[in-house]
Design a protein around this ligand. Structure first.
Ligand code: 3MF
Ligand code: MG
Length: 339
């Protein structure tokens, strides 16, 4: 029996089209309105930042009530919450980084806010906490001590694993942007850290295609290596046209063969995490088309699942055995062309 995949995305993937050089070009959609789109687009669950759920400065009491409201909204739409990610890159106290800030007070803020994200996750019924370490890095190498920074990231992950004995931590690594150089720039770096935490069994990875590409790596090999460690617990599929700003293009839209290899490796490994899509609509996209990039990415994923399932494994093995990679390449290309 073929497996079915569960699809997720975060509300930030329905966006207003602002870029560093120009303002928004589409109106803001209320969270509740976005939630109503999920099922229509074929999605099953929602990825959330802590402040996608409730504002970060609410009191504990107000937070509890606010989260309960969101829990009901999700249930009414038949959706589940996949993960909570503390948004540690917008508050003034995270300007110099969160866990690796040079200010002890600001580091404490980052840990406290992350623990609050764990509380929100518990209230929403998910155990997964995603850490995109956006500002853990430097603009100039001399700004921070990188050895101290590595320890501070480990201490922060440990603090969360100890704060709640049920949660899992998923590192979402990215080599640059907004920082010039990020600490732990690739999934491999975070994997090494996983084994040094107080609970390696609850420490794993979310891999985003564009982040691997920005690091000069192939997403399918990054995923394969992490799957081999049994630590690929979520993905952010998208695409990226070379080494430039983070583009979050629709899945498969730049390099269909790279996307195919991503899907094929997930299929072969019986990947059972959610298929998250972290994709951005083009700034030129009209209001009435502002969710097409999500539906299209999902459709391309499913088409590539069909292609992966149509691959003749015995033929691949025999071509590998004969070292006939020219023929193997043509075989894959013809599958992709549709022959
Ligand atoms: C940045 C990202 C982030 C994370 C998100 C959830 C805003 O390149 O990929 O998107 O995916 O914060 O962890
Ligand atoms: Mg992402």
């Amino acid at each position: 029996m073929s497996r079915t995949y569960r699809f997720t995305f975060g509300p930030w993937n329905i966006s207003q089209g602002a870029d560093p050089f120009g303002p928004t070009v589409r109106p803001n959609l209320e969270f509740a309105v976005k939630l109503r789109e999920y099922k229509k687009l074929g999605f099953d669950g929602v990825q959330l930042h802590d402040d996608d759920v409730v504002p970060a400065d609410w009191t504990a009491d107000r937070t509890r009530k606010g989260v309960a409201d969101v829990k009901k909204m999700l249930a009414d739409e038949g959706l589940f919450a996949e993960f909570i990610a503390p948004r540690l890159w917008e508050d003034p106290r995270t300007i110099d980084g969160a866990y690796t800030s040079n200010s002890a007070e600001d580091r404490k803020y980052a840990i406290d806010r992350s623990k609050r994200a764990v509380d929100i996750a518990n209230m929403l019924g998910t155990r997964d906490i995603v850490l995109w370490l956006a500002r853990e890095g430097t603009y100039i190498r001399e700004a921070k001590d990188p050895i101290t920074a590595s320890q501070r990231i480990l201490d922060a992950v440990n603090a969360l694993l100890e704060y709640d004995k049920n949660i899992r931590i998923l590192g979402e690594m990215k080599p640059n942007e907004p920082m010039d150089q990020a600490y732990l720039p690739t999934p491999g770096h975070f994997l090494a850290l996983c084994y040094r935490t107080v609970d390696p069994a609850r420490s794993g990875v979310l891999i985003e295609s564009a982040h691997s590409i920005l690091a000069g790596l192939d997403p399918s090999d990054d995923m394969a290596y992490t799957l081999w460690h049994k630590k690929l617990w979520s993905v952010h599929l998208n695409d990226q046209n070379g080494l430039k700003y983070d583009q979050d293009k629709a899945f498969g839209s730049v390099d269909l063969r790279r996307a195919f290899n991503t899907v094929w490796v997930l299929e072969r490994a019986n990947y059972d995490g959610c298929v998250g899509l972290d994709v951005k609509a083009m700034r030129t996209t009209k209001i009435e088309h502002q969710t097409k990039h999500l539906a299209n990415s999902r459709a391309v994923f499913l088409r590539l699942v069909d292609v992966a399932r149509s691959i003749d494994a015995a033929k691949v093995e025999s071509l590998r055995g004969a070292r006939d990679y020219e023929e193997l390449e043509l075989y894959v290309m013809e599958k992709l062309i549709g022959r």
